[in-house]
Design a protein around this ligand. Structure first.
Ligand SMILES: [Zn+2]
Ligand SMILES: [Zn+2]
Length: 549
């Protein structure tokens, strides 16, 4: 009887971002993707990575890391993983190039092995797991699905995909191969749920080219086009539209510059020899001869576009009559920041065009009809929706039901689905999962949950510091209390009242309590908080400091 296989959800199921999954059979493990998500609050945190404890505790068993594609939500946390788990990473060329850059920044050496569609890679010498890479279409070159062979049959992982019949460059989705796998028998399909709530079929990437042509055609001033720096096909279309009008192309933003260079080196991006220009040249060109590709589609405050909007970009500035095209989706959670940037651009006299007017952007993820087409082709025995918030997973499972898939399993991060000859079941055990806040520098340092909590508290209501000096022997107050505050509303002018409150609290302490530093600190903390409660202000964090002299 073949041994059971476990599918371990470590990230991306029940939330958007930080996708990470493990497949375990006979004590051997293969990992699929390990991505980040970005915080949408200002807490001084670069990225959020999945809790990798489960994998780190089993690092000897991990025989392979398979990467579906190079988006941050799939590769961004690999530096964190590879720092602690040494296993070969199987990855297609473009994702590899992006990953290499990430690892270089983090100062990590890793065993990266290039894979192309149609190739099969085992997950270690003694592992019963292997994966075949299959071409899919998505908003980045070299995206792959994985057909993972296990003792319990083939698990087909869609990766991120759409079924684009007219992709711009790159490969087409290998529907024939998926159909063949379906006929041979797919035990379990895990599929991208991002757009399960969108009916019909997503527009082809090539539709964007037409919309860009129309938008660019009547532009009198300079054109600024913003898109994701990894969306090479989109960059190609912006470049083509600009070329048709004789406009040269300048690049703004570090990731835009590095990705364009990478994509050109690898042959994914083809620009006319005359077209690229430096920012210095760009400043001298007549407005109608320039198109600028920029980052910052999500309103990120430090991005090139946001700095342009604030008039703070050191290299270029916007003029009335310039056209700004946002060729991207407004990712939920970022609407306010993006709206702010659009307001500022408009105030500077620029015309801002985005998705709602014409298809200046199309999604890289399958809509319902495409999701169902994949299910129909793969004909899986079991179905697990992945890559989405819970409502998107649930909707996707409903689509699978309509396609006649009898066994559908809604699992979220921390849950384990076990496939055995008896069928599939969700195990009782819950794994340690969650969000880990991290820096994106060479240290890769993790920022503790408590630190983040403190930062939120400080942002909410500020910090009040109470300093008092006491006599070591008697416990009598010899100086203070002095009270300092940062970001505390209602503090100004109330220092004396607060000091009085703190002194009274100290007076009320009994002799023995006064000799106990911890009790003195607690009394001060409570006194200050009590005072703020009484005056109706927000209670700040209170940091009592007792100096013994
Ligand atoms: Zn993704
Ligand atoms: Zn993606």
């Amino acid at each position: 009887m073949p041994p059971p296989v476990r599918i371990v959800a470590l990230g991306g199921l029940g939330e958007i971002g930080m996708n990470c999954m493990a497949v375990e059979a006979e004590g051997r493990i293969a990992v699929v993707d390990c991505g980040v998500m970005f915080p949408n609050e200002s807490i001084g945190v670069d990225v959020i990575v999945p809790d990798l404890t489960w994998l780190v505790e089993r690092k000897e068993q991990v025989g392979a890391i398979y990467v579906t594609h190079g988006h941050e939500d799939h590769i961004g946390a690999l530096p964190q993983l590879l720092r602690r788990v040494k296993a070969p990473v199987y990855v297609a060329p473009f994702a590899r190039a992006l990953l290499e850059a990430r690892l270089r920044e983090a100062g990590i050496a890793a065993d990266l092995r290039t894979v192309r569609p149609g190739e099969v890679r085992g997950a270690g010498a003694d592992s019963p797991i292997s994966a075949e890479f299959i071409a899919v279409t998505h908003s980045i070159p070299d995206a792959c699905a994985l057909a993972i062979s296990t003792p319990q049959g083939v698990l087909l992982h869609s990766g991120d995909f759409k079924i684009d019949e007219a992709p711009v460059g790159g490969w087409k989705m290998d529907l024939a191969r998926i159909g063949a796998l379906g006929r041979a028998g797919v035990r379990l399909l895990l599929s991208d749920s991002t757009n399960s709530e969108r009916p019909g079929t997503s527009l082809s990437e090539s539709a964007v080219g037409v919309a860009l042509d129309q938008a660019f055609e009547n532009a009198q001033g300079r054109i600024f086009a913003a898109c994701f720096a990894s969306n090479v096909h989109r960059i190609q279309q912006v470049a083509d539209a600009a070329r048709g009008l004789g406009r040269r192309l300048a690049l703004l933003g570090r990731s835009m510059e590095s990705n364009v260079r990478l994509a050109m080196e690898l042959g994914y991006l083809k620009l006319a020899g005359w077209q690229l220009c430096s920012l210095e040249e760009a400043r001298r060109l007549p407005p109608r001869e320039l198109c600028v590709l920029t980052t910052g589609t999500q309103g990120e405050p430090r991005s090139a576009l946001a700095r342009l909007a604030r008039g703070e970009h050191p290299e270029l500035s916007l003029s009335p009559g310039d056209l700004v095209v946002l060729s991207s989706r407004f990712i939920p959670g970022n609407e306010v920041a993006i709206g702010q940037v659009v307001n500022e651009l408009t105030r500077l006299g620029a015309e801002v065009a985005y998705e709602d007017l014409r298809p200046l952007h199309v999604s890289g993820h399958a809509h319902e009809a495409e999701q169902r087409r994949l299910i129909a082709l793969a004909r899986p025995e079991h179905f697990v929706p992945v890559h989405g918030e819970f409502r998107q997973l649930a909707r996707h499972a409903a689509h699978a039901a309509k396609e006649g898939v009898a066994h559908r399993h809604l699992i979220v991060d921390g849950e384990v689905l076990e496939l055995s000859d008896a069928g599939a079941r969700v195990l009782e055990e819950r794994l340690p999962v969650g969000r880990v806040y991290a820096e994106r520098d060479a240290s890769g340092a993790e920022i503790g949950e408590l630190v983040v909590k403190d930062r939120r508290l400080l942002a909410e209501s500020g910090l009040c510091i109470v300093v008092v000096a006491v006599d070591r022997a008697s416990g009598a107050v010899v100086r203070g209390p002095e009270i300092f505050a940062r970001g505390v509303a209602g503090f100004e002018g109330c220092e004396d009242a607060l000091r009085g409150e703190a002194l009274r609290a100290l007076d009320e302490l009994s002799g023995p309590a006064r000799e106990n530093q911890g009790e003195v600190q607690e009394a001060l903390r409570l006194a200050v908080r009590r005072w703020f409660r009484r005056v109706g202000g927000r209670k700040p964090s209170v940091l009592p400091v007792v100096l013994e002299l």
